[in-house]
Design a protein around this ligand. Structure first.
Ligand code: PLP
Length: 349
């Protein structure tokens, strides 16, 4: 229950659609931003899912979300410049490339209501602030941003001419509420934000990736200039996978309902345990668990593995590191969740 993917069987029709594509089309390099039909399909799908126009010219395939994050950070932020990351703790794929680039980083936690602390963000902006980073839904807390908060962030970015970058790899894992993609949240974001997403996690095909960026051409050109040319060339398999996913919109409400049932089952099962605390997430596929008042310092993921043989994602992958916490993936069958609840209840109390 550690990895960042769900455990549900991927759609078999998706694979049936994928295979002829691979057999029929050649395996040479494709166009730099991606295959025209795949780009068109992603643009149309994103527009329909979120009720906003995404022109095909804004879509570019990328080799993976983590790679797109690292390449964008390198190109957009120089040593000594300042970056604001909203939400805490922060996944290492976001924090580590920025700290390697010697950027100065402010992490602004959510308010206890799950809302964005706009005042604190405003107070931390300096003339060196180059980038604001959003992860929506947030990983590992599952916080889902609301339009009003994104609008406020847009107002700040527009006032101070700051670029925004949004990791929306869990955009189709919203259980309560609606997903507002950053490009539709504020007019400023249209040409001053990079939104990175993927269908891999949602459709259960993470190994085939299907990741893409939605961004205006001036930002993409800025990234390309830094590297001396286009940098996001992506395998055709990944692009055909994305194309196949767009033909199966019915998968999304089905997944959402399974996530809701699974989240509620695990949350109800663990809610009565006095030594564990968590906030029921509105999105994502994880409970961020905290072990309360241990008699001695411990590592919760190591303790769970030792006592219950349940593997979770270590808090070492998040900044700041708090080893009393761990990330538990609930996107699995109910029988497995029941077994997990039983083991934790019997062996941790
Ligand atoms: C917030 C976040 N971004 C990015 C990724 C990784 O995406 P990819 O596998 O496409 O690099 C993960 C994976 O768990 C994640 O949680």
């Amino acid at each position: 229950m550690a990895s960042g993917e769900h455990d549900f069987m991927p759609s078999t029709t998706l694979f049936a659609r994928l295979l002829p594509e691979i057999e029929l089309k050649n395996s040479a390099y494709g166009p730099l931003r991606g295959l025209e039909d795949a780009i068109g399909a992603v643009a149309e799908f994103q527009s329909a899912q979120h009720g906003c126009a995404v022109p095909p010219s804004y879509v570019t395939f990328v080799p993976s979300v983590s790679i797109a994050l690292a390449l964008s950070f390198n190109a957009l932020v120089s040593a000594g410049e300042h970056v604001i990351i909203i939400g805490s703790p922060v996944y290492y794929s976001i924090y580590s490339p920025l700290s390697s680039a010697s950027a100065s980083i402010s992490v602004i936690p959510f308010l206890s209501t799950g809302r964005v602390d706009v005042d604190r963000i405003a107070a931390s902006i300096t003339d060196k602030t180059k980038l604001i980073i959003v992860v929506n839904p947030h990983s590992p807390t599952g916080t889902v941003y609301i339009q009003e908060d994104l609008w406020q962030v847009g107002e700040l970015c527009s006032k101070h001419r700051i670029v925004a970058l949004s990791d929306e790899v869990y955009e189709y894992f919203v259980i309560d509420g609606v997903h507002v993609p950053l490009y539709s949240a504020h007019p400023y974001f249209r040409d001053n934000a990079i939104v990175i997403s993927s269908y891999g996690k949602c459709y259960g095909v993470s190994g085939f990736v299907a990741a893409f960026v939605v961004a205006g051409s001036s930002l993409l050109h800025q990234i390309e200039r830094y590297y001396g040319g286009p940098i996001f060339m992506t395998s055709r398999l990944s692009q055909y996978t994305a194309l196949g996913c767009t033909t199966e919109p019915a998968w999304i409400p089905t997944l959402r309902e399974r996530l809701r049932v699974a989240r509620d089952r695990l949350a109800a099962g663990l809610a009565t345990l006095p030594m564990l605390r968590f906030v029921k997430p509105n999105g994502g596929m994880f409970l961020w668990l905290e072990y309360l008042s241990p008699s001695e310092p411990l590592d919760l993921s190591a303790l769970l593995l030792r006592k219950t043989q349940i593997e979770t994602y270590s808090a070492r992958m998040f900044i700041p590191e708090n080893l009393l916490c761990t990330r538990l993936n609930f996107a699995t069958e109910l029988s497995i969740l029941d077994e997990c609840i039983g083991r934790i209840t019997r062996r941790l109390t």
